[in-house]
Design a binder for this molecule. Structure first.
Ligand SMILES: Nc1nc2c(c(=O)[nH]1)N[C@H]1C(S)=C(S)[C@@H](COP(=O)(O)OP(=O)(O)OC[C@H]3O[C@@H](n4cnc5c(=O)[nH]c(N)nc54)[C@H](O)[C@@H]3O)O[C@H]1N2
Ligand SMILES: Nc1nc2c(c(=O)[nH]1)N[C@H]1C(S)=C(S)[C@@H](COP(=O)(O)OP(=O)(O)OC[C@H]3O[C@@H](n4cnc5c(=O)[nH]c(N)nc54)[C@H](O)[C@@H]3O)O[C@H]1N2
Ligand code: SF4
Ligand SMILES: [Mo]
Length: 747
């Protein structure tokens, strides 16, 4: 028996825990937390512990599938690439690359390939038909931060290890393990906060596991947080509690925000939010008085009617209480693969709506169109219609509104490619499915989450296991797609893609007087790159040019960590790069070079919020979502170890509502929304507020033509079938997945 261990950063959520895998005879048989990992120090959750089962799931595809005579059959990689080149080539020749839509799903932020190649694919196609899980998730935060700070990816995170008061709005990190804040061991960090005398406030209509830990739990009516936050802003101004701290002189728009907040007194919003005015006042005062405080919002603050306003107001409060960019407040992490800081200067600013979707005229946000608009763009004939579809790591049939409509649309799209390890509700429509290898055969670096980590750090896992014979890794699959999009054919040498990306970066950097490699010879720098593969060479390049890099031997201070790929490989448990550091003004790209607190586009949406104060939902029910600890969106229901127990698709109903509606615990309910109807078992619990029901997403595994043996045995229902795709936060195109009206009756 050959038993060994290997290290692998967990790709299953944003916490990025280091795992120690046991490998027996070429298979992962056990996973535990890596105690020496500089970031996660041994933390592991049930999902991470199930890495072996997930990695070896027999339903994972090991070979590509190609549609022949209407049926998906196994094929060789050469045949699959040929089919892609033929199918996509035909569409591109006839209708142009701009007729190809791309959907990027959530795991793209959890893979090396997803971090490096999608932008190149989109450029090769020259398409504006770009859709992603972002508009089912965090786009409102990106839009808000884009306007506030000038770049959509400058998102400040709560400084969890140092804050004195953490306010969590619409997030349940005890279950999700944190999102847009990367921290391993959230339970431990919240305990440590309380241990050092700090305070935790949770704002959530549901009594979640996180809310149970809080000093105070505020339970607003879903969708009303923006009004609640505005009332806090109102209190800060009316009681003279604003103090920009170190940002004095670096913030514009403060007086405008004061005026905007005027109508939102706590008394004016209390009935609408169903939160006592005094609770709102007390919280605003507590934030102003705390030595440091951080307001943090997630899904319940973004996928709602006023998602962008809510995301904006969170950072307005952080700014007005002096907590933006200071230790213990909210801060901007410095990713080791981001660009090395340059001298601050005004940028071009941020804007949305540079183009619009063809059918409904939705504004582009961060170059994306709303995922909720994908079906109509495929269905609606005319100039610019989507003729081909590429889905990478996404399952929008379950994740986006009105899956049945998207399901029908995908069945008629001219040509479809899925890069996905599973034959699921979305990929079953593909003409070609290209399965990436399991995580044990893939390298890992968190290009995305190092931008949101509560401590700067750099960690790299080479593939724990070699690729199975003849199998390409996902980097090679996506690079091959880039070559095919450029018309280079299915057998072109895909390594060109990485070498060209390296050449383009070095040309730019060496010509930039503020780059750490200004004026140097690109050829000399290229020759010094290390790495066994193209993606490793690109990682080496990014590390060396980054804020903690060796700058190819010209590290000006000489004292930094001088990161290179070689150094990371020599530190398999990672390199800690210290606590978060202030980054204003260097991080700003606004036209004024300052934090712009009252951007015109956001201000223009405030009247809509004001009007909502008089909306009365007169006793109707609204639905919110929930996540399960042992699951991830739509794709982990196929692992027996992760299903069953509390991980079930039930509709949670408050006892009062259940009694009123005649619902019984365990009995079936019919739930109706704008987009359709589902039938699902009732779970009566006072964890939800009266007037609110909760149904998890990612279920509905009943469709034919999938290969999800375990998941289809307990399929659950698709909550997103209750939506018709018309409820969007208008500023971000993000679907309203929380706080939408439904009717519930016994079935
Ligand atoms: N009602 C409701 N709907 C929601 C949400 C909600 O809270 N409520 N949440 C929304 C959110 S936050 C998100 S992020 C979206 C997610 O939306 P999607 O990203 O569309 O859905 P996922 O279920 O995450 O699907 C991930 C896909 O990636 C595949 N995959 C797994 N690992 C890999 C890999 O290594 N490589 C590749 N190429 N593919 C891989 C899986 O098989 C699966 O098909 O759902 C959204 N939908
Ligand atoms: N175990 C597990 N972990 C995951 C995932 C998973 O599916 N399972 N998914 C991953 C992904 S893709 C993401 S984006 C993150 C999400 O991470 P989180 O946002 O932390 O997770 P959610 O459980 O969706 O938490 C949303 C909370 O918002 C509340 N809420 C709903 N509507 C409102 C409202 O109007 N106002 C307020 N204040 N609260 C509201 C809900 O009750 C819920 O508790 O989790 C990630 N991690
Ligand atoms: S918390 Fe997230 S990263 Fe850590 S082991 Fe669990 S799933 Fe993996
Ligand atoms: Mo997400």
């Amino acid at each position: 028996m050959s038993t060994r261990t290997a290290l692998r950063i967990c790709p299953l959520c944003e916490a990025t825990c280091g795992l120690t895998l046991t490998i027996d005879e070429g298979r992962v048989t056990h996973a535990r937390g890596d105690r020496e990992d500089v970031f996660s120090a041994g933390f592991v959750c049930p999902k991470g512990a199930s890495f072996p089962a997930l990695d070896t799931d027999p339903d994972r595809l090991s070979r590509p599938l190609v549609r022949r005579d209407g049926r998906l059959v196994e094929a060789s990689w050469a045949e699959a690439y040929e089919a892609v080149a033929a199918g996509l080539g035909r569409v591109i020749r006839e209708h142009g690359g701009e007729s190809v839509a791309v959907y990027l799903g959530n795991p793209n932020v959890h893979t090396v390939a997803g971090g490096l190649y999608p932008p190149l694919i989109i450029r090769a196609l020259g398409t504006r038909q770009i859709y992603a899980a972002s508009t089912l998730d965090q786009m409102p935060k990106q839009v808000a931060c884009g306007f506030l700070f000038g770049q959509a990816f400058a998102i400040p995170v709560p400084d969890l290890d140092r804050t004195h008061h953490l306010v969590i709005i619409g997030a349940n990190p005890l279950v999700s393990n944190g999102s847009l804040v990367t921290a391993a061991d959230f339970p431990g960090k919240l305990k440590a906060l309380r241990g050092r005398g700090g305070r935790l406030t949770v704002i959530d209509p549901t009594r979640t596991r996180t809310a149970e830990l809080a000093d105070q739990h505020i339970r607003p009516r879903p969708g009303t947080d923006a009004a609640l936050l505005f009332a806090m802003v109102n209190v800060l101004f009316s009681e003279g509690l604003t103090d920009l701290g170190g940002l004095q002189g670096q913030v514009t728009g403060v007086e405008e925000v004061r005026a905007l907040a005027e109508p939102f007194s706590p008394e004016a919003v209390a009935a609408h939010c169903d939160v006592p005015a005094e609770d709102i006042r007390t919280l605003a005062r507590a934030l102003a008085a705390a030595p440091s405080a951080a307001v943090y919002g997630r899904i319940g603050s973004t996928t709602v009617e006023f998602g962008t306003l809510c995301s904006w107001l969170i950072d307005v409060i952080n700014t007005l209480t002096g907590n933006l960019d200071r230790p213990g407040g909210v801060m901007f992490p410095l990713s080791p693969t981001g660009r090395a800081p340059r001298p601050p200067k005004p940028g071009r600013g941020f804007t949305t709506g540079r183009w619009r979707s063809r059918v409904s005229g939705h504004p582009e946000t961060v170059s994306e169109l709303p995922a909720a608009a994908l079906a109509e763009e495929i269905e609606t004939p005319g100039e610019g219609q989507v003729r081909a579809f590429l889905a990478i790591a996404g399952n929008p049939v379950l994740s986006a509104p009105d899956g049945e409509r998207l399901d029908r649309a995908l069945a008629q799209v001219g040509f479809m490619v899925s890069v996905d390890p599973y034959l699921n509700e979305t990929s079953r429509h593909a003409h070609v499915v290209l399965p990436p290898p399991p995580p044990s055969q893939s390298a890992h670096f968190d290009f995305a989450f190092t931008n949101f980590s509560v401590r700067d750090n750099a960690r790299y896992s080479p593939p724990p296991l070699p690729l199975a014979d003849g199998r390409p890794d996902e980097a090679e699959i996506l690079a091959t797609l880039v070559m095919i999009m450029y018309g280079a054919g299915p057998d072109a040498d895909a390594s060109v893609v990485d070498e060209q990306a390296i050449a383009a970066t070095l040309a730019k950097e060496t010509a930039d007087p503020h780059s750490p490699v200004a004026g140097r010879d690109p050829a000399e720098l290229t020759a010094r790159l290390t790495g066994r593969t193209g993606y490793e060479r690109r990682l080496d390049l990014m590390l060396r040019l980054g804020p903690y890099g060796d700058a190819f031997g010209t590290d000006p201070s000489g004292s930094g960590p001088a990161l290179t790929l070689e150094r990371l490989l020599a530190h398999p448990h990672g390199i800690d790069l210290g606590p978060l550091k202030p980054r204003i003004p260097e991080v700003l790209r606004t036209a004024s070079g300052k934090v712009e607190l009252a951007p015109a586009t956001l201000v223009a949406d405030v009247p809509r919020l004001r009007r909502s104060l008089s909306d009365h939902r007169d006793g109707g029910l609204v639905l919110v979502g929930r996540r399960h600890l042992r699951s991830n969106n739509s794709w982990m229901h196929n692992v027996p170890a992760l299903t069953g127990g509390t991980n079930r698709c039930t509709i949670q109903v408050h006892p009062e509502d259940a009694a009123r509606l005649g619902l019984t615990d365990g009995g079936p309910a019919r739930v109706k929304g704008d987009g359709g109807e589902v039938q699902v078992p009732v779970e009566i619990t006072d964890a939800v507020r009266p007037g609110v029901v909760s149904l998890p997403h990612g279920w509905g595994h009943h469709r034919d033509g999938t290969r999800l043996a375990h998941a289809s045995r307990e399929p659950g229902v698709n909550v997103n079938q209750l939506l018709d795709g018309s409820r969007l936060d208008p500023l971000s195109g993000t679907a309203v997945l929380n706080g939408f009206p439904v009717q519930v009756a016994p079935a």
